[in-house]
Design a protein around this ligand. Structure first.
Ligand code: HEC
Length: 176
């Protein structure tokens, strides 16, 4: 049915990464079976041309006046979030909200298009799993879980771009 296919396409467009959030409930039809929640950001999600950080739309920053890709900006966010998480853990406070933000790494424009490949996505999923462990860890295990997250940052960088490894290691919680 033509109309049904149009609805499916519309639902997809609304949930595509970088598109304005659309309520999945608003687009489902009465007759459609209730589907399991679809991850709107995977290694397969088509990237949206023209968004900040996409090719031709790099975002100039203080550290990079020539502009940064969407993924590079996400990495900077992750680095800042982990710095804040380290403070929280040392103060015995919970860590929350990172997985929801960082999951967008799977559907962000990299500087080099070929960097978004199945190997990258595998490492990204492993990383996000470690973040989920951290966000549910009891306080006594938070430091260990935090180091698990850093190990996952490092694992991906070891096989792709080793430059930031020193910055990743600098985030470790050391004995006071
Ligand atoms: C799944 C692979 C992967 C994981 C996990 C990962 N990175 Fe990256 N990182 C990359 C890639 C690829 C780039 C290059 C991005 C670009 O230039 O578009 C990058 C770039 C960076 C940069 C340089 C950004 C810039 O300004 O150019 C920093 C810093 C960084 N990562 C830190 C981290 C930290 C900290 C973590 C963990 C919180 C992490 N990365 C986890 C793949 C990964």
């Amino acid at each position: 049915m033509k109309t049904h296919r149009a609805l499916v396409l519309l639902a997809f467009a609304l949930t595509a990464c970088g598109a304005p959030p659309g309520g999945p409930g608003e687009t489902s039809t009465v007759t459609a079976p209730i589907a399991a929640p679809v991850d709107d950001c995977t290694g397969e999600t088509p990237l949206v041309p023209g968004v900040p950080g996409s090719p031709g739309h790099l975002v100039p920053t203080e550290i990079s006046p020539d502009g940064q890709s969407e993924l590079a900006l996400m990495m900077r966010t992750m680095q800042a979030d982990l710095r804040a998480a380290r403070e929280a853990i040392v103060a015995g406070k919970p860590v929350a909200g990172m997985r929801e933000r960082h999951r967008k790494m799977r559907c962000s424009w990299p500087t080099t298009a070929s960097d978004r490949n199945p190997v990258f996505d595998g490492f990204a999923q492993a990383y996000l799993a470690k973040v989920a462990v951290l966000e549910t860890a009891p306080p006594a295990q938070a430091a260990e879980a935090f180091h698990g997250v850093l190990d996952a940052c490092r694992a991906c960088h070891q096989q792709s771009c080793p430059g930031p490894i020193a910055a990743i290691e600098a985030l470790r919680i050391t004995a006071p």
